[in-house]
Design a binder for this molecule. Structure first.
Ligand SMILES: C[S@@+](CC[C@H](N)C(=O)[O-])C[C@H]1O[C@@H](n2cnc3c(N)ncnc32)[C@H](O)[C@@H]1O
Length: 244
């Protein structure tokens, strides 16, 4: 199997439980509203053509459609996209769904956006260049969380959160970890720090990268936690936006 086939197989299996985790499909009205406000502030006024790369079960796609944008959801996993299609239909939202690699998008868009995809790409720089080519006058919106080895303090907090969660017997957020040989093939699998992301975005030809910390989302997510998790808070979330 190729690396992309391994990745597709992983997410096809993960699709069964992906939306059970609150940060994959928020249940709290406050968290939903904070995400909607944040995404609205990062996108141009609707309606514009938006490509959501690595759309998964539709976290960003569904919100962008709710905001009135014309959304294309691109993902390599058919099972993740089936979930997205089902969620869009049950809300009466129109989202075009395309199965394929995010590194080879088709069409022309005003915005290319992604959340939590770059870490799992074998060639993130090539993807960022390909996205620029399909948005020649457009905007890039990337949304990331500070996690993994990209920041030692956050790594420590994540370890404590994970320990508390396993003591309680909480369900894990994914059906499995990526196997070590797969992680080794992905340059950002350990997490992406803001400076690294901004440099990658700039090197791919995107202009004037700007960064926002998504504090409203973090605040709403923290309010939705019980004790003692609330004391630890959530991983910092941030967005990098740039123009073609
Ligand atoms: C962590 S999930 C993020 C899903 C969604 N963006 C979200 O925020 O919930 C990563 C997604 O990227 C997809 N993916 C991974 N590698 C891909 C690639 N090379 N091309 C397209 N999709 C990919 C996976 O199938 C999965 O749906």
């Amino acid at each position: 199997m190729t690396i992309l086939e391994d990745i597709r197989a992983y997410w096809d299996q993960d699709a069964h439980t992906y939306d059970d985790a609150a940060h994959h499909r928020p249940r709290s009205p406050g968290v939903q509203a904070a995400w909607l406000a944040s995404l609205a502030s990062l996108l141009p006024d609707p309606p514009v053509r938006v490509l959501d790369c690595g759309a998964g079960t539709g976290f960003l796609s569904l919100m962008a459609a709710r905001l009135g944008h014309r959304v294309t959801a691109l993902d390599v996993s058919g099972a993740m996209l089936d979930r997205l299609r089902g969620a869009a239909e049950s809300e009466g939202l129109s989202v075009e769904v395309v199965q394929g690699p995010a590194e080879r998008p088709d069409g022309t868009y005003d915005v290319v956006m992604e959340r939590h995809l770059l870490w799992t790409l074998q060639h993130p720089s090539e993807a960022l260049e390909a996205w620029r080519a399909v948005a020649p006058q457009g905007r890039l919106v990337t949304i990331a969380s500070l996690r993994g080895s990209s920041d030692p303090l956050e790594q420590l907090r994540a370890f404590v959160r994970g320990t508390l969660s396993s003591i309680r017997g909480d369900a894990p957020h994914h059906h499995a970890e990526y196997p070590p040989d797969l992680r080794d093939a992905l340059p950002l699998a350990g997490g992406v720090a803001p400076d690294t992301l901004i440099e990658l975005v700039r090197a791919a030809g995107w202009r004037s990268p700007r960064m926002w910390r998504l504090r409203d989302v973090e605040w709403a997510e923290t309010l939705a936690l019980g004790l003692p998790d609330r004391l630890l808070g959530v991983a910092p979330r941030y967005a990098v936006v740039a123009e073609a």
